[in-house]
Design a protein around this ligand. Structure first.
Ligand SMILES: [Zn+2]
Length: 466
């Protein structure tokens, strides 16, 4: 059986375009092919777009679409501010160790923080009283407000909102909260750059509070800069002055200590906050960070290393009964020295993963609300450890995260706990001093780790586990 030759369109012009007509026909064919490809592309995009508008079903088409969206959004290759505010993060955080439960805990935690911001923009122990200046309802006040550390608590709360993608400039659910907090911080700065609240607390500069607040302001500027925006002038200026003050207060040994008094030995914990503030300020591009300051700081952290165990001690040759310094030592190598292959990180990660697992081996058998008390864990170690272990990645990250994430999720106050709902009772070391804003902000920041910063090494969970 054969067709008459004339009914078949010429697939390839025989002998090439010999004259004007052949040439035109070939071009028309080419246009037709181009048009078909364009049409096909439009159709494909149309299908993707239409399926995007559909409510999430479990059919194959939606599953395909979900993986398509993940393909388009690569957490490792977007500006950091984009990563934090990505509305589809539930689609991809599972691969980094986050869960639907951890995300729900973050939402409830931010809601509690927003409900407890004081009228003038700060967070403090007074934000919890059932008084006109407090935000709890009469007869339902949240207990355990902690001590007067308004500058640090405001810094931590602002950091928690910013880590969740709420910035002063992006018209997000909590943008106003963030602006209000940043404004309060910028208004509480001495001319020499120290961030402090002269009316409450001791009235003298506290380097913990200064470092945390400087970090919050610098982080705000970093988010602007990462989206090619000019940071708000006041926040940029406040960050610049705060960094100057950090330079000024550096001790001879290269670290920092409780006050602006530069005599005596430094410690890793106070120093860690100054280092993170410097890092964010440098990335924001709002101020120069003195290289000599970084070199001296590196020397201080080196002297605190315990080479045998891979740990970082609180001070040279002297440790605390806490693993936070080890985590801070890792952070310094990851974030400011940019030495991700440092043996200290490898050693520290192994040590922390084993500690987390053995500490909670006993705790896991306890009723879920008692696990925390049954372990030597504390919010400060969880926060620093999680930030560092996420950067270290690999199996040690998984071992650490599985324990810490679920412990925190289990300990959040439930819906039936009145005004406390969404907060964390300030359990463990240092929490009575910091109070409920401290424990809640640190817990939220810990559970936001999956999108707060990028980490190539932390994508170690199977995607199907989502
Ligand atoms: Zn309350």
């Amino acid at each position: 059986m054969s067709f008459p030759q004339s009914s078949l369109p010429p697939v390839v012009p025989v002998g090439g375009p010999s004259d004007e007509t052949d040439h035109r026909r070939q071009r028309r064919l080419q246009h037709l092919t181009d048009a078909s490809i364009a049409l096909l592309l439009l159709l494909t995009l149309g299908i993707v777009f239409v399926t995007d508008l559909r409510s999430p079903g479990r059919d194959a088409l939606y599953a395909h679409n979900a993986s398509f969206a993940r393909f388009l959004f690569d957490p490792l290759h977007v500006p950091i501010a984009e990563l934090r505010q990505n509305p589809q993060r539930q689609e991809w955080i599972g691969a980094y160790g986050g869960t639907a439960e951890s995300e729900a805990a973050v939402r409830r935690g931010l809601d509690w923080l927003a409900r407890h911001q004081s009228v003038d923009g700060h967070w403090g122990p007074d934000s919890l009283h059932a008084r006109p200046d407090g935000r709890c309802k009469k007869g339902d006040a949240c207990p355990a407000g902690g001590s007067e550390h308004r500058v640090a608590l405001t810094g931590l709360a602002v950091l928690a909102f910013q880590a969740g993608g709420h910035y002063d400039f992006n018209n997000s659910e909590y943008s106003e909260c963030v602006r209000h907090g940043l404004d309060w911080l910028a208004a509480h700065q001495r001319p020499d750059g120290c961030l402090l609240d002269r009316d409450h607390g001791t009235g003298i500069c506290n380097m913990y509070e200064h470092g945390i607040a400087a970090f919050a302001l610098a982080d705000a500027c970093e988010m602007s800069a990462s989206l090619q925006r000019e940071p708000d002038d006041r926040y940029g200026q406040a960050t610049q002055n705060a960094v100057k003050f950090i330079h000024y207060t550096q001790h001879q040994d290269g670290g920092w200590r409780y006050t602006e008094d530069r005599d005596g030995p430094s410690d890793v914990s106070v120093s860690g906050w100054q280092v993170l503030a410097l890092k964010a300020a440098r990335r924001a591009g709002v101020t120069e960070v003195n290289e000599e300051c970084i070199t001296r700081m590196e020397g201080f952290f080196k002297r605190c290393e315990d080479k045998a165990s891979g740990r970082t001690f609180y001070q040279p040759g002297h440790n605390l009964p806490s693993d936070a310094p080890t985590a801070i030592g890792m952070l310094v190598h990851q974030f400011i020295l940019e030495q991700p292959d440092s043996p200290l990180i490898v050693g520290g990660a192994k040590y922390l993963a084993s500690e987390a697992e053995s500490s909670f081996k006993h705790g896991r058998k306890q009723p879920k609300k008692k696990r925390f008390a049954a372990s030597p864990g504390d919010f400060y170690t969880f926060y620093n450890g999680t930030l560092a272990m996420f950067q270290a990645g690999g199996q040690t990250w998984k071992r650490w995260n599985n324990v810490v994430r679920d412990t925190l999720v289990d300990h959040q106050c439930d819906e039936d706990e009145g005004c406390r709902r969404g907060s964390w009772d300030p359990l463990g070391r240092w929490s009575p001093e910091g109070g409920r804003v401290y424990s809640t902000a640190l817990a939220v920041l810990t559970l936001e780790v999956y999108y707060r910063y990028q980490s190539e090494l932390a994508k170690v969970y199977p995607e199907s586990a989502r």
